[in-house]
Design a protein around this ligand. Structure first.
Ligand SMILES: [Zn+2]
Ligand SMILES: [Zn+2]
Length: 416
């Protein structure tokens, strides 16, 4: 019987892996330049972490989490998102007593049992950043600009729309929710079952319900942006003005409320213009650290779907050409291997991609292999060459052949 991979998972290899590495290298470079530190948190956490942060009434917690009892009878959940784990780490490791702000980035796998769509898996990866300790809109700008710079570096910034909204603070939201409930009171009976529950538990989430049944009821829905308090309104205005001033294009989308319970004030999403897919999003979560047992700490972050970014790069064929092997070493018998070992590593130290026969194949088979992997050069070393401390170097494009000293510098000079 063949065992195939579990539904919703994938293998990444060869050319695709190179695209992943290309994206990951760019992420790392941008985060280093912004003085953002990397963090790695566990793939599984105590289930309570997610029910308390993401929210009991969300689809994620109710329907999509991979939750199980471990052998010690603890309820464990494979992380469905990464913000909660980073906040837990922030509290548990005493980050609040360290130099503020704390700026963190991560790439990691997450797990949600959900319907499969294009670029959406049950095991998926996100790149995200979380910034703790600033309640200024400047932190919002910093966070959004990191995503924007990544898109620019990957040459997809003009293919992605940034949509922003403000969902207010607890103060202005209370007033808005009363108005919203009043507006919906005679309509809710005709809306979907999920919305009926949301009406009681978290009415704002009715706004992003995608059910046809609920569309007509929502036509003239009061919007939170018309109910923002002075502080929230001033912040939102400053955010919009500064995004404009620094040249980051955005649209206001009043329907963005985000699926998780912990957001407040600034929320945003990145949407692929052509494919209509969400590439990622984020927002402020000024109360979450406190909710999870820490001291009050304003915070903001985003998560971007790595699979969606890769999908876009492939869609627009924007991937940098992969580098081929610079020199393939052809050896006549395995005894020569130790003698060229130092040379191959010296060349690798100089930055070249070096490969060598490890199958004990015939000369012709090695030659064929070198040509199939499109090696730029082959280096032939036989007993005769060894005696003179020389090697034969052949340019595979021009077929030009020369003999050079067995030194990495000499060979490197020819390859330049
Ligand atoms: Zn407010
Ligand atoms: Zn609904």
């Amino acid at each position: 019987m063949n065992i195939s991979r579990a539904k919703g998972t994938k293998d990444i290899f060869f050319d695709d892996m190179k695209i992943w590495q290309y994206v990951e290298e760019n992420i790392k470079e941008i985060c280093i330049k912004h003085n953002i530190d990397q963090i790695r948190t566990p793939i599984f956490e105590d289930t309570t972490l997610f029910s308390r942060s993401v929210g009991d009434e969300t689809d994620i917690v109710n329907k999509e989490m991979y939750t199980f009892l471990d052998k010690g009878n603890r309820s464990i959940t494979l992380r469905p998102e990464l913000t909660a784990g980073v906040v837990r780490a922030y509290i548990e490791n005493g980050f609040s007593s360290m130099l503020t702000p704390i700026k963190l980035w991560y790439i990691g796998t997450m797990y949600r049992y959900e319907k499969m769509q294009k670029g959406r898996y049950r095991e998926f990866s996100q790149f995200g950043i979380e910034v703790f300790g600033s309640d200024s809109y400047l932190a919002d700008i910093e966070v959004i600009s990191v995503a924007y710079e990544l898109f620019k570096k990957l040459r997809i910034s003009d293919k992605i729309a940034l949509k922003i909204n403000s969902i207010g603070c607890s103060k202005c939201r209370a007033k808005y929710i009363d108005t919203l409930k009043e507006y919906l009171v005679d309509k809710i009976d005709n809306m979907c079952d999920d919305c009926k529950i949301r009406y009681v538990k978290n009415p704002m989430r009715i706004i992003d319900c995608k059910q046809d049944k609920c569309k007509s009821a929502k036509q003239n829905l009061p919007m939170i942006t018309d109910y923002l308090c002075d502080d929230c309104s001033k912040d939102f205005e400053s955010l919009k003005q500064t995004l404009f001033d620094v040249g980051i294009e955005y649209e206001i989308d009043k329907t963005i409320v985000r699926g998780l319970d912990y957001y407040n004030k600034t929320v945003f999403e990145f949407i692929s213009k052509d494919l209509g897919l969400a590439v990622g999003g984020g927002g402020r979560y000024d109360t979450l650290v406190e909710v999870l047992g820490g001291t009050h700490t304003p915070a903001i972050g985003f998560g971007l779907g790595m699979d969606r970014i890769i999908l876009l790069l492939k869609e627009y064929e924007l991937v940098k050409n992969n580098r081929n092997v610079d020199i393939y070493f052809i050896i006549f018998d395995s005894n020569i291997f130790p003698k060229v070992f130092k040379l191959t590593n010296d060349l690798r130290d100089l930055g070249y991609i070096i490969d060598i026969d490890i199958c004990n194949r015939s000369f012709n088979a090695q030659l064929k292999y070198a040509s199939k992997i499109k090696a730029r050069y082959i280096c032939i070393i036989g007993e005769d060459e060894l005696k003179e401390n020389l090697c034969g170097l052949k340019n595979m494009n021009t077929s030009e052949q020369i003999k050079v000293d067995m030194s990495a510098e000499e060979i490197g000079n020819i390859l330049k």
